[in-house]
Write a protein that binds this ligand. Sequence first.
Ligand code: SF4
Length: 302
Amino acid sequence: MSFLFNSFSGWKQYCLDHNISLYEAVIEYEIAQRGKEEQAIWDGLLAAYQVMRDAVETGLREEMTSRSGMINNGAKKVYKHPVAVLSPEFQKLISRALAAKEVNSCMGRVVAAPTAGASGILPGTLYTLQEIHRLSDRSILEGLLIGAGIALIIEEKASLAGAVGGCQAETGSAAAMAAGAMVHCLGGTVDQIFNAVAITIQCMLGLVCDPVAGLVEVPCVVRNASAAAIANSSAQIALADVSAVIPVDECVDAMGEIGASMESKYKETAMGGLAATLTGQDISKRVLIQDIEMLPDEDLPE
Ligand code: SF4
């Protein structure tokens, strides 16, 4: 019987009882619950990580303009800008998170980890971490398993979907997965990994889902960059053993409680927040007209 990923405290206790690491418990789960062979799990992880890396490269190399025009090669502009606000590494982190997400907004291939709307956060953070610290692929894949365990618990206790819990559930969960993965890759303890998750969730709580024109473009793309930055700050804080004070399971409970009480206009309906601004509504009308103009004549309304 493998651990069922219903709490962080339970995950830690299971690993202590069975003398295994956090990522090994996720492998056990995949084998027991999904009937996979261990080698197939590692092969699948490597394939997924390669898709993440490809998305980063594609977003920084190829034309990235969405049909609405709201996405227009932003990642490349950030990557090439002569002024690094903090450091060249931070500039790369931000541009890579933007790049992978722009690929998604332009209908390219990404890994929905945990959702397509948040698909730039793990690629941006892990690609950059691997480069800076010269980490092996194996280390990154272990980090991805840790991220998967984190996502399983958030899904069980709260939600991973913007339509259920707002953007905190999508970009917030992805940032939490990335922060935990990064702390693992840098040799952090179980408590430090969970602390990184708790700190990240504390920083992302309450974020609403308000996509302009119902398209996963604005503010989704820039939120991938900010979530990647928060994941890094949380990992840095957690590695120094600065306590989140509120335990990680309680942070996830708070995320669930906030998501449940959020009005539906902030849950992917494009009825509130940025989507409801004057400019947001103008863009929405223009996108609707574009869609009607693209319909074949027989599908047009009489
Ligand atoms: S705003 Fe909504 S659609 Fe966009 S990334 Fe956040 S949850 Fe997803």
